[in-house]
Design a protein. Sequence first.
Length: 156
Amino acid sequence: MEDSVLAELIGTNKHIRVSKSELFLRLGANGILLQGDSVLVFESINNGLFDVPGGGIKLGETLHEALCREFFEESGLEVRPLRLLHVMEKFVKFNDKPVPWQAVRVYYLVEQIGGKIIPEGNDDDSKNVRFVPIRELTEQNTINADILEAIQAARA
C-alpha cells in the first residue's frame, strides 16, 4: 500500500501527491434546494466557484443537524432533508488550508421550511447566494463535479 495519494487542487485542473499521514478527515453534509430548473448556490469566498449550502459535521451532531445548521448559516434558509442523493469521497487541497483533506460529502435533497435568503452570504465562506439555472453550472465553475451529480440525482 502506498504512503501517499493524489489530491485535487481545488479551483485548478491539477493534482499534487500528499502523504497519507498529512490528511485531515472532513465529513460534510450539503443540500440541494431546487426551484423549477434552478438550484440554490453561493460563490465561495475562497475561490469564487459555485457551491451548495452545507458543511462540516461537528462531533456529536447528526448529518441532518449539521446540514440544517450549515444551510442556515450560509444561506439564511431553514430546510428539512428529504432524501439522500449522493456521497462523494475525494482527496483535496484548498489553497487557503494548511493541510489536505480526505473529504466525504453527503448530499441531500432538501425543502425550504422557513427563513429568507441572505444574498450577501455569511462573510465567512459564502457570498452571492441565489438560485442559478442548472444549465449554467459546469465542472469549471463549481467547486466539484459531484455537485452536478447530486443535482442530476435530485431531478431524477
